[in-house]
Design a protein. Structure first.
Length: 728
């Protein structure tokens, strides 16, 4: 480093020998850091606004701890205090090499350029510490006059290996991969970088929870601060002294945790009105805390972080004329036996977050529950619980186990193979089965408004429409068994016996409803994919391609479905030849099964409820419970011999409905294809629509109308079915 004069060189050299300041981390941040507000404007960092951050931040400089772990929701001010502010403190008061690890390389770059650089530039005392050399300040590496070095990286073996750092900051930790480069957890690797500095080294990790609870049956012990069993940040929290945030009640003075259960709102159907009235209630006296009291309760002299095993007595408030102007006369007296650990770990929830209103928090929770009730999707609810509330999510499906007998008991006395008047359209699902019991399994489902649906038909197609054989005993000519992988012509039966199918409408003499779309499994034993592609091309030539979807389960697919156009013509080793001209829909199997499970667990008819007719056999309900969700979030068969076609067909059909815009329908003004019966252009009477007069194709005697309860299908399954082609 070159200097214009010797005096400046001596001043900078002195920085290398300066002893660490004894000022607290919070006081140091407040003294040196300016918070950028845009257009060159700045504000002082006010620790009283997020008073709950004072104790975690000050623990960063304590030699009593090797790590500080903070679990909390978004909009708490945790990043600006534990990362940006802490780095400013280190630069100016306690120099040492630092490592900041962000979620991705792009996020690391963004944090460096959009947060750190403006903060350094607009904070005069920090700016004075920057090296004057332009080469010492780039996106990922920053060197200071003291010789201290800041590296900004992302989770990778290169970022987390080799070098030693006195300070390590890990942000948004639960969005990291659980294993970094095959070397284990990011925290485990990062914390090793500080061991050279012994008690002076510090690793900080902060995040809102992002991993589901591993055991949905877990319940905390009474009085315990233990978090649920999870991977990621919550696992780190449980290893430490387990501090939870407490407020003294403005009414009774008893301390309580401002957590999800304390946020209450009236039972009001209007989500906006309900959320506007949301208030935190004391867990002891159940009286309301007002929104204006929230900041006062978060003041560092008022709120309290209690370690597990620690107790606190009743607080005393000074009488005031204005209940919103609280004045604490005496904090509660602490006692108990606090849990000890080398990790100082903190966990707070959404109601205390400084930048999160109770109204918004309640609205998001209400909306998430509503979305789950209507669609079965937990995505909105999970996001709210994780990022707004600051809690690990307990998967609703994992909490509820289906029972075949209970489902059968809810069956309704519906007319056989008829369409209820509330149905708007029919979707067909086809599962391709191989092995000794080759067949097409067909399921017909009628959809009404808001996800309500009914099973209309279920049957097997076992015999070829084109191939016959002579019975050696009787001499009778009869159809041959279907072989979907060997004979493309066998697929023609899907057009006549599925796509052309129509059903009578209950209480509407002579009126019928056709099948709007068919979703067919494209995989299975050798040859099935090729023949599925060929059948779709045939339908395209007939102008019916929009009525047929080919689908394939994908256990790793996160979205509900993804449209793809497979093309492997250049790969001579692939048996199935896809030319890139046929759309194939890759299904998010686990998400679809979550939604189906949510629908099946509804006990009352209404949105997202599935009606089942009482003429179905017990075998059908056994299929519906043939899979269970594991602790890893994946659905698996409970037995290798347990058929699950009912699950697969329901999933296929639902993707077909969603792909056609079903979940975006405005039910006050629906499009023509899902209007009520009286206004639906697809509903017809054969006398008025002659082209449909012969459209109803009845199953021939060789095509069993419905899978029998015991004999037929049970024998097939016991003989062993090739499971290829099932959703997995």
């Amino acid at each position: 480093m070159e200097y214009a004069n010797a005096s400046q060189g001596r001043i900078d050299a002195a920085e290398l020998m300066r002893a660490p300041s004894r000022i607290s981390v919070v006081d140091g941040i407040q003294k040196v850091m300016r918070v950028p507000k845009g257009a060159g404007a700045t504000d002082e960092w006010d620790p009283t606004l997020t008073g709950y951050m004072v104790e975690p931040i000050n623990c960063l400089a304590s030699r009593e701890y090797d790590a500080v772990i903070f679990v909390g929701p978004a909009r708490t001010g945790k990043t600006i205090g534990l990362v940006d502010g802490a780095i400013c403190y280190v630069i100016t008061h306690n120099p040492g090499d630092m490592l900041l690890v962000h979620l991705t390389e792009a996020k690391a770059r963004e944090h460096s350029r959009r947060r750190l650089d403006p903060t350094f530039r607009l904070s005069p005392l920090v700016k004075e510490c920057l090296s004057p050399s332009r080469h010492d300040n780039n996106v990922h590496d920053k060197i200071f006059k003291s010789g201290a070095y800041l590296k900004v990286g992302h989770p990778s073996p290169n970022s987390l290996a080799s070098s030693d750092f006195k300070w390590v900051f890990l942000t948004d930790y639960d969005r990291w991969p659980l294993d970094i480069g095959g070397e284990g957890s990011g925290f485990g690797q990062a914390s090793k970088r500080t061991t050279t500095y012994m008690s002076a080294g510090m690793t900080m990790a902060e995040s809102s929870p992002g991993h589901d609870v591993i055991d949905p049956r877990w319940r905390p012990s009474p009085g315990s601060h233990e978090g649920p069993p999870c991977d990621g940040i919550m696992a780190l929290y449980n290893q430490g002294d387990r501090r939870r945030l407490y407020w003294p009640c403005p009414n009774c003075g008893e301390y309580f945790q401002p957590i999800q259960e304390t946020l209450k709102w009236p039972d009001e159907p209007d989500a906006v009105k309900a959320s506007e009235a949301a208030r935190v209630h004391c867990a002891h006296c159940d009286k309301e805390v007002t929104p204006k009291q929230k900041r006062l309760l978060n003041h560092p002299d008022v709120c309290a972080w209690l370690r597990e095993g620690e107790t606190i007595g009743r607080a005393i408030w000074r009488p005031t004329d204005n209940p919103d102007q609280l004045q604490l006369a005496q904090a509660g007296e602490r006692g108990g036996t606090p849990r000890k650990s080398r990790f100082a770990t903190f966990w707070m929830e959404g109601p205390a977050a400084a930048y999160q209103t109770w109204e918004k928090l309640a609205f998001n929770l209400i909306n998430g529950e509503l979305q789950y009730e209507i669609t079965g999707s937990q995505e909105t609810l999970k996001t709210t619980i994780n990022t707004d509330m600051g809690r690990p999510y307990i998967n609703r499906v994992s909490q509820q186990q289906l029972d075949a007998e209970a489902l059968a008991e809810r069956a309704e006395p519906l007319p056989k193979r008829e369409v209820p008047e509330w149905v708007r359209f029919i979707g067909a699902g086809v599962d391709v089965q191989g092995g000794v019991n080759r067949r097409f399994v067909v399921q017909m489902v009628g959809y009404g408004a808001h996800g309500e649906r009914v099973l209309i038909d279920r049957y097997n197609l076992r015999y070829s429409p084109h191939r016959t054989e002579t019975d050696k005993t009787t001499g009778e000519i009869k159809p041959k068994r279907i072989e979907p992988g060997a004979y493309p012509e066998d697929w023609d039966i899907l057009e006549t016996d599925v796509m052309d199918k129509t059903y009578p409408i209950t209480n509407r003499d002579g009126w019928r409803m056709p099948v709007r779309f068919t979703c067919c499994d494209h995989g299975g034993e050798a040859g099935v994919s090729d023949n599925a592609y060929a059948f779709w091309r045939k339908m395209r030539r007939k102008g019916r391609a929009k009525q047929l979807d080919l689908v394939k389960g994908n256990g790793s697919q996160l979205k509900l479905f993804v449209e793809s156009y497979p093309d492997n013509t250049a790969n001579n080793r692939r048996k199935a030849k896809a030319k890139g001209d046929v759309p194939l829909y890759l299904l998010g199997s686990d998400e679809l099964k979550d939604r189906l499970h949510a629908a099946l667990t509804r006990s009352e008819p209404g949105p997202n409820y599935i009606h089942h007719p009482d003429w179905l056999g017990g075998w059908f309900y056994n299929e519906l419970v043939a899979e269970a969700k594991g602790t890893d979030g994946k659905w698996r068969e409970v037995s290798s011999k347990a058929p699950n076609e009912a699950i697969d067909c329901y999933c296929y059909i639902h993707v077909g409905a969603v792909r056609r815009g079903y979940e975006k329908v405005d039910w006050l003004n629906p499009p023509a294809w899902c209007k009520p019966i009286d206004d639906n252009p697809n509903v017809f009477h054969p006398d008025e629509r002659p082209e449909f007069a012969s459209a109803e194709v009845e199953s021939t005697p060789t095509q069993p109308e419905l899978a029998p309860e015991v004999d037929d299908d049970a024998g097939d399954y016991l003989a062993g079915i090739d499971q290829n082609g099932w959703l997995s």
